[in-house]
Write a protein that binds this ligand. Structure first.
Ligand SMILES: *Cc1c(COP(=O)(O)O)cnc(C)c1O
Length: 323
């Protein structure tokens, strides 16, 4: 039996309603023409933090009892998950601490500080920051909110699947950015339960695709992390993975891997043709279609998962100087 069921996702949807944005599903005329099938974009860039991660963080926090909430929340993410925890905590009037290493760039530190979270700078690696999270859980009783491998987090991300089926009941294929698998696993639980014939395609960068390596090996494996334009898709799935590996292994039909120039083309297309500022991780669905690495056989949805990209890097890519 899988660790997450449709009922969990439905409960998450009821819990987070009013706390997150119900995002629009918009038709892309250029990608529809390109693939000879109706193609829609699910714009998670419209969440108040610019990425879907608010759904999972909000559901996990709202699932805590009163005493746990008041002790405060802690996480080590400096990316979209860190923003999500900081934002959700502020909305709910709860304290949040984000641990990060001294190597995290100042703009990322400030983005999270601006959301009202307490910042703790420790050590010089993500592992050091994660160890600090575990110390704060043990010593002060703070509650750790993990970025993906958690039932409530994955259920929150899965609410995207329910919204898609409400808006597009004739759905045939969903293209989902894939890293730790909370997003793809959660959405797949909802969609496979309600429309089992729908194809679920996970998309990662070829450089350091942890879930792909795990599915191929049949168990979580250590991977070497590499720099990529899809920086929000970096990192491992955890060698002790408890939730998302099982979901992705049994519910994802196919995993597509992309080269860096293909991801750049996705970002560029989003800006030029769709007028959307999309980060590398958010552009992989568009990129997979443009690279002809997926064949669509009916109405299809691309999860545009986030838009938090350094403006300078974005400009360089859109102007076509890089890749
Ligand atoms: C976290 C993230 C993903 C991947 O989500 P997982 O649940 O880790 O697979 C994709 N896109 C963006 C923008 C993200 O922040």
């Amino acid at each position: 039996m899988l660790p997450l069921m449709l009922a969990d996702v439905e409960q998450a949807a009821a819990r987070i309603e009013g706390h997150v944005t119900r995002t629009p599903l918009v038709c892309s005329s250029s990608l529809s023409a390109f693939s000879n099938q109706p193609v829609y974009l699910k714009l998670e860039t419209r969440q108040p933090i610019g990425a879907f991660k608010l759904r999972g963080a909000m559901n996990a926090i709202l699932s805590l009892d009163e005493a746990a909430r008041k002790r405060g929340l802690v996480t080590a993410s400096t990316g979209n998950h860190g923003r999500a925890v900081a934002y959700a905590a502020r909305e709910l009037g709860l304290p949040a601490t984000i641990c990060m290493s001294a190597l995290v760039p100042a703009n990322k530190v400030e983005a999270i500080r601006a959301l009202g979270a307490e910042i703790r700078i420790v050590g010089s690696s993500q592992d050091d920051a994660q160890e600090e999270v575990e110390r704060l859980v043990a010593s002060r009783g703070l509650v750790a909110i993990p970025p993906f491998d958690n039932i409530n987090v994955a259920a929150g991300q899965g609410t995207i699947g329910l919204e898609i089926l409400e808006d597009l009941p004739e759905l045939s294929t969903v293209l989902i950015p894939l890293s730790g698998g909370g997003l793809a696993g959660g959405i797949a639980v909802a969609i496979k339960a309600l429309m089992p014939q729908t194809r679920i395609i996970g998309i990662s960068m070829a450089r350091g695709a942890a879930m792909h390596a795990a599915v191929v090996a049949g168990r979580p494996v250590a991977i070497r992390e590499e720099e990529t334009l899809a920086d929000s898709l970096g990192g491992g799935i955890g060698l002790q993975n408890r939730v998302t590996f099982a979901l992705c292994r049994s519910l994802i039909d196919e995993i597509v891997l992309l080269a860096e120039d293909e991801i750049a083309a996705g970002i560029r297309h989003a800006a030029r043709e769709e007028s959307e500022t999309v980060e590398g991780a958010g552009a992989v669905g568009i990129a997979a279609i443009l690279a002809k690495k997926v064949s669509l056989t009916g109405p299809s949805v691309i999860i545009v998962s986030g838009g938090n990209i350094d403006p300078e890097i974005h400009k360089t890519i859109v102007d076509g100087v890089v890749a």
